[in-house]
Design a protein around this ligand. Sequence first.
Ligand code: ZN
Ligand code: ZN
Length: 260
Amino acid sequence: MVSIPDLRIFSYGTTIAVGVLLWIIEGFNPWFSHQKRRTLHAKLNLSIAGLNLLILFPSGILMAFMLDWSRNAWPGIGMLALPPVAKAIVIILLIDLWMYLWHRLNHETSFLWRFHSIHHSDSTLDVTTSWRFHYIEILISELLRLPLFMLIGAGIEHLLLYSLFMTPVIEFQHGNISIPPALDRLVRLIIPSPMMHRLHHSRLRSEHDSNYGSMLSIWDRLFGSFLVKDNLDGLRLGLDDESGTDKQKLFALLLRPFRP
Ligand SMILES: [Zn+2]
Ligand SMILES: [Zn+2]
């Protein structure tokens, strides 16, 4: 039986290891070969991500405490007579469904899009984009998911397990790595593939309002937001009028949602 501290270390370690591995592969096998100034781009995205850790660390501690407390009062899925593994699978699927709905809500609500658009304003896509989220988006996400996790009876071990599977998938989707189209077609049967997520970062709204899945691609297929194109020639990433160097600076991006 893996302890929670071990699971925590394993989850964080996997995130870092997969991130570094993809960054190395992007260096010699990129899909977008025109991307320059990788280090500068990574520095900006890591600065935005670093700020989010100030929310995620205390939130993780609070979440562990609250979930432990609430499970004694309300078992959620625990009320069903399921073996622990089946229970964990159901909870992980429900968390991934919530992530799909939350991501979709970020695109369909103008207030939430203000913050989520910071993720989409990146006109070059690589593994570091997977950590680029405005801190208000992270804060709202943490506040909304706590009562939801309490309702379904999730424990901190389920969240860590979900993170262990989901985070490498998120990094892989954003990775600027060239993989054979046949392999992309194969992986997207289960998880959102890099090709799918490149369309999600298209400048065209008709393309970026699609492929919202985090860990599994099934939700996009079920809810009609699955989009693929065999040929991505001419794909333009980012958002109109947001790629100027003056707009792609740390403070400009942090303040962007509060401007008209
Ligand atoms: Zn999005
Ligand atoms: Zn993305």
